[in-house]
Design a protein around this ligand. Structure first.
Ligand code: PEP
Ligand code: MG
Length: 564
């Protein structure tokens, strides 16, 4: 790789080439300059943010819209505005005061070791910068030509406001795949690379930049050879999108017609329609914790039941797997007081909350799921995350029994588990007789097996579920499940990765569940090989000793260019 090529974390697929653009830094005025007042500026900021929220919501992106809904609330937050007023009264310029108040609020959030709250810290700073800009009467940042935005971090509100026809790429020094900037880039289909160490220093004086959001590469002033390569990748990308779209009406099947169930991962009832339109044969993972975030109290039983019932009804007789809240640990909530932990990914979270004084939270959720089943007459599939062993399975059944006690259920739920902790994977044969299904969470299974924090961009290259240790573990889980006649699915990101999906089908998986955006690519990959070829390749992959070698086997099978 040439010295002007940087490697970061792939955050949104696609390639782009254009001059770099740095968003302007927030300037601070001296006291005494004529500025619009704080309350009026904050009100206007809240209106702008609510407008952005509405735009994304009507574009069918409710999850991203919520980022701005929360920011609009922050702009009206009396605590933030009072803190700014106090600083102003102490002699600080009004715009400097709101920026400082934003920094203070952000520092409080950032000090809590919590990925979700850390993202909020960036959001508060962003809100304060918007209010300060309005006070100064400045226009929002604008692009006047096709550009690739380059920054330490790019606030979602800036990304969403830039002209999408001109913002062709994003390269960030900070961030991870799960950062708001990355989520939004994927939603807006803007190629993005995040977590690019040394980016800002490297782009100094550079006139043209290229990003490859698929491979996580940033090229500074690419030479003729690199440009040709990038143009080729861009053409491939255009073809890929068209080919994926052309698969819309096809089922998920191997070249010899062996069907594999195709399910969607969703984060809320509003995503059900998009999944159904894309051809989902069910929901393999409903991440319910999103419904619990960004609020002062937990949603009550009736609110939850209505949400679950709407998904069950939308999918009719197709299965819907509702995952019990995966909260706690790194995903703290204001109404869920838990002591701080050194290693939250290994901490008191999810099902473990039941034994930490929060059983009621889970029982209420289970009651809501059972009510939704009764109301719709559809069988809810209940899935517990973070199950480590048989005692956790027994605890799960106890909690379901508590929720069902005193009720004469006409519709009995199916109760299954996520296999994402290595210990339960290794005893899958012992656990299978006691549950109705397994769904393998390859995101966590990979991070735990390989001891590589999934949120750490410095370890991104190590987090490949194609690692033979992960493949062997998955093979063992499938074997354990099938020996006792229960279906085994995968709902981690591996299911939506074309080569990963091929490996999983080769290992004998029954169902792949992914974001609906991944359906076309996975259908295309699977259609390129017979079940026997996939099985043979899986056997070969189990015998190699590096993730790259296992991946290369399936890349070759689907005719993809080897990763560099
Ligand atoms: C997983 O761990 O693979 C998974 C699907 O769950 P989450 O990404 O929500 O932890
Ligand atoms: Mg998980």
């Amino acid at each position: 790789m040439s010295p002007t090529t940087l490697r970061g974390v792939p955050a949104a697929p696609g390639v782009a080439i254009a001059p770099p653009w740095r968003p302007p830094e927030a300037a601070v005025h001296a006291p005494g300059e004529p500025l619009l007042g704080l309350p009026a500026s904050a009100e206007r900021a809240a209106e702008e943010l609510a407008g952005l929220c509405e735009r994304l919501r009507s574009a069918g992106r409710p999850e991203e819209a919520e980022i701005f809904e929360a920011q609009a609330m922050m702009a009206a937050d009396p605590e933030l505005l009072d803190a700014a007023a106090v600083l102003e009264a102490q002699g600080m310029a009004a715009d400097a005061a709101i920026l400082a108040a934003g920094d203070q609020a952000a520092a409080v959030l950032a000090a809590i070791d919590d990925e979700v709250l850390a993202a909020r810290a960036a959001d508060v700073r962003d809100v304060a910068a918007r209010i300060a800009r309005i006070m100064r009467g400045e226009a929002p940042p604008r692009l006047d030509r096709r550009s690739i935005a380059v920054a330490i971090d790019l606030p979602p509100s800036v990304t969403a406001e830039l002209d999408p026809a001109l913002l062709v790429g994003i390269a960030l020094e900070a961030g991870s795949r799960t950062a708001h900037a990355a989520i939004l880039a994927r939603a807006l289909e803007i190629p993005a690379v995040v977590g690019t160490v040394g980016l800002l220093a490297a782009v100094e004086g550079v006139t043209e930049l290229a990003v490859d959001g698929e491979r996580g590469e940033v090229f500074c002033d690419p030479d003729a050879g690199q440009r040709a390569d990038i143009d080729r990748r861009a053409a491939v990308e255009v073809e890929r999108r068209a080919a994926d779209a052309a698969m819309h009406d096809w089922p998920l099947a191997t070249a010899d017609g062996q069907r594999v169930m195709l399910a969607a991962n969703i984060g809320g009832p509003e995503e059900a329609a998009r999944a159904i339109d894309a051809g989902a044969e069910g929901v393999g993972l409903f991440r319910t914790e999103f419904m619990f975030m960004g609020r002062a109290t937990a949603p009550d039983e009736a609110t939850q039941a209505a949400a679950y019932a709407s998904v069950l009804a939308a999918f009719g007789d197709r299965p819907v797997v509702i995952r019990l809240i995966d909260l706690g640990g790194d995903k703290g909530l204001p109404y869920l007081p838990l002591p701080p932990e050194e290693n939250p990914f290994l901490g008191v979270r999810a099902l473990r909350l039941a034994d930490a004084g929060h059983a009621e939270l889970i029982v209420t959720q289970l009651r809501a799921i059972l009510s939704a089943g009764e109301k719709t007459g559809r069988v809810p599939w209940i899935m517990a995350p973070m199950v480590a062993d048989l005692s956790d399975v027994h605890r799960l059944h106890e909690l379901v029994a508590t929720a069902a006690s005193g009720r004469d259920l006409a519709v009995k739920p199916k109760v299954g588990i996520m296999v994402e902790i290595p210990s339960v994977a290794l005893i899958a044969d012992l656990v299978a007789p006691e549950v109705a299904f397994f769904s393998i969470g390859t995101n966590d299974l990979t991070q735990y097996l390989l001891a590589a924090d999934r949120t750490n961009p410095a370890l991104a290259a190590r987090q490949d579920p194609m690692h033979p240790a992960v493949l062997r573990t998955i093979a063992r889980v499938i074997e354990g499940g099938h020996a006792h006649g229960i279906p085994v699915a995968v709902c981690g990101e591996m299911a939506g990765d074309p080569s990963g999906a091929m490996a999983l089908v080769g290992l004998g998986i029954d169902e792949l569940s992914m974001d609906a955006g991944g359906f076309g690519g996975v259908k295309r990959a699977l259609a390129m090989a017979t079940r026997a070829q996939l099985a043979e390749s899986a056997t070969a992959a189990l015998a190699v000793d590096r993730a790259a070698d296992a991946r290369a086997i399936f890349d070759a099978l689907r005719g993809a260019a080897p990763a560099t």
